[in-house]
Structures are given as structure tokens and as C-alpha cells.
Design a binder for this molecule. Sequence first.
Ligand SMILES: NC(=O)C1=CN([C@@H]2O[C@H](COP(=O)(O)OP(=O)(O)OC[C@H]3O[C@@H](n4cnc5c(N)ncnc54)[C@H](O)[C@@H]3O)[C@@H](O)[C@H]2O)C=CC1
Ligand SMILES: Nc1nc(O)c(N)c(N[C@@H]2O[C@H](COP(=O)(O)O)[C@@H](O)[C@H]2O)n1
Length: 360
Amino acid sequence: MDKQESLEKLLLIIDDLKSLAENGIPILVEGPNDILSLKNLKIRANFITVSNTSVFQIADDLIAKNISEVILLTDFDRAGREYAKNIMEEFQSRGIKVNNLIRKEILKYSRGDLKDIESLYPYISRRINFNSDLSDIMLPFVISNVGMTLDGKLATIDNDSRISGENDLKRVHEIRKEVDAIMVGIGTVLKDDPRLTVHKINASPKDNPLRIVVDSNLKIPLTARVLNKDAKTVIATTTPISDEKEEKIRKLNEMGIIVLQAGVQKVDLRKIMNEIYKMGINKILLEGGGTLNWGMFKENLINEVRVYIAPKVFGGASSPTYVDGNGFKNVEECTKLELKNYYPLDDGIVLEYHVIGSFE
Ligand SMILES: NC(=O)C1=CN([C@@H]2O[C@H](COP(=O)(O)OP(=O)(O)OC[C@H]3O[C@@H](n4cnc5c(N)ncnc54)[C@H](O)[C@@H]3O)[C@@H](O)[C@H]2O)C=CC1
Ligand SMILES: Nc1nc(O)c(N)c(N[C@@H]2O[C@H](COP(=O)(O)O)[C@@H](O)[C@H]2O)n1
């Protein structure tokens, strides 16, 4: 069986998994990152994590809830196989049916390339065709970059954000030149009025990527520099429409600005990323600020992190940090990174990470 046939089989198994889950059969996984991966594949289920609870306790809970069947999706490594063996032995002795077929088939049709369920979504999204039924889960590759102080600040309490040295800004502009789009939140536009073009290194206007501003309440001033003619701009906003918002969208459209809408109170970042992908944007540089960075990390939409750390301390509980927002509640849920590279630059250091569980 060739690679394409294996992938098609894998997609059929995902469909089966969706139907079983929709019929109320719980899915047993090891941890929260596995749940995220399955949710990214649009699988809605009663997920049960097994890594911090004893097999006996889980069986007791299932019996108490009158649940007589589960789908087993522990990882494919040694620990995952061990979990699977213990769960099958214990559950079957207690009369709980364990579906281990889906797990076996995922392993078979991923041709041994998968070691865990967490990698299932990145594995599939990297391989599926733009025109496939699953194209609505396809996402661009996102690099998050900031210049921050040693205490993780993006600016002072008075919004002085002069952190990077000359060489670091050149590094950022090299990335700007390489990507298809630069993305910021409205907070950054209101505070910095950035241009978001390639202007610190040799470049021509055609090197300017698309600019994306995430702006839930369409607060962007029509005079913002990011709306000038130096590059194309997309504004991502929410769906509710007032007369005032409609009028502003009309004016923005007249200026040649594309307005995308998704989400009710806040912009639905995953949907917007998918829309942007469908516009032909494969690689995005996310340039903050802290609120948007949180939204993107929380939704597992960031693939790579590059930070410049300046030997400075700004302090201040209200000054923006690299990642603000509500934050994760525990270590299991948090974003995990793998250090790929580091080097000194200006008077600071650049660190580059891969986000574990995202595609490369
Ligand atoms: N040193 C550096 O590298 C950088 C520094 N900055 C600094 O960061 C500060 C601005 O950061 P913030 O005030 O946090 O604003 P922000 O730039 O993160 O924008 C936040 C806005 O994003 C929008 N948004 C919509 N949907 C969202 C979602 N689902 N999740 C999150 N946000 C969503 C909201 O309208 C929200 O008000 C400024 O002081 C700026 O100078 C910004 C970028 C880079
Ligand atoms: N990498 C980095 N280091 C700093 O010290 C910064 N202050 C920023 N700021 C980001 O760059 C935007 C300005 O862009 P333009 O030069 O106007 O094109 C600013 O809005 C922040 O996103 N970045």
C-alpha cells in the first residue's frame, strides 16, 4: 500500500472514531496534549485521561457511570503499550469492553511514523491535500517572535518597547522578508502604530508580506500606518454586526482592506488561521503582543518560537509580557518547547524553539 492509500485509510479511521465518539463512547488518552490533537481533528468526545489516575479508579468511575465500552488511544511507545495492556486486563475482567482496534489501525496506517496520539493532528495536517474534505483544518506554519527583557516584558509600564538592538531588528526583518504574512493584535497597533513592512534591511515593496491585525471590536483607526498602501492588510474581527461596525467595514473595504469575521466575543483564531491558509498563506510571523500571543498559544496555533532576550529588567505588574491572558492552570496543559538553537546577538541572546506537538 502506498503513502496516499495509507493516508486515505487513516482518514477513514478518523471518521470511524468521530462516529463512535458521537455515539457517546469515551476515548481514553494519556494526557491533555492528546485531547488537543484529537480536538484539532474535529473529534468531539468524552475524553478521559489516564496518566494521573490508577487504572482501578478509572474502571470504578466508568462502572459508577454505567459506561460499558471505551476506545483506547494510549500512545504507541513503551509507556503507552504498558498502559494499554493494564487497561485491557483490568477493564475486561470488570466487564468493560475495550476497543483497541482504532489504536492499532492508526499505528498501522501511519506506517509506524507515529509515537503518540499528540502527534496525530500534526502528522495528518502536514500530509492532507488542500482540496481534501479536511482542508478546513489546515493551518499555516506560525513563528512567534518577540524582543523581551530578562523578566519577560515586551514594554515598560509607560509602553517604551525599545528592547532589541540594531542587529536583532535586522534579524526580525529577515524573517518578515521570508514569511507570507505578519500578524499582530490591535493592542500593538494602538500602542505602537507599526508599519509591519520590511524596512530595516535591503528589500523592495514586493518583499512586504501581508499584514494581519486581530481586532475583536474593530477599533483600528483608519489612519493607522498598517492600513497604508505599502502592503496588503487583512483585519480579523468578530461576527456580531452593528451599524457602526458595518459602516467601518465598508470604509475599510473601500481602502482595499480585507475584513474576515469569526467568533462572537473574541476572534476565533483557529477559524481565521484556516481562512488565511485558504488565501494561500503558508507561513506567518506572529509579532504579538502578549494578549494575542496567549490566544495563539492556548489554541496550539504556534509552531516555532524565536525570542531575543535583552539584558534588561523592566518590572511592573501591568507591563505587557511575552504571553499574558488567563494562563494555563497546570503544567500538563501548558505549551511545551524544545530548544533548537541559541546564539548571542547585540548585547543579548536569541533562543529558538520548536513547539512540541506542532508540525515542523
Ligand atoms: N517587544 C516586542 O517584541 C513586542 C512588543 N509589543 C508590545 O505589546 C503591547 C501590546 O500587547 P497587548 O496590549 O497585549 O495587545 P495585543 O497586540 O496582544 O492585542 C490584543 C487584542 O487582540 C485581539 N484578540 C482578538 N481575539 C483574540 C483572541 N482570541 N485571543 C487574544 N487576543 C485576541 C483583541 O482585540 C485584543 O484586545 C504593546 O505595549 C507593544 O509595544 C508587541 C509586539 C511585539
Ligand atoms: N522584535 C522586536 N523588538 C523590539 O524591541 C520591539 N519593540 C518590537 N516591536 C514590534 O515591532 C513592531 C514595529 O514594527 P515597524 O518597525 O513599525 O514595522 C511593533 O509594533 C512590535 O510588534 N519587536
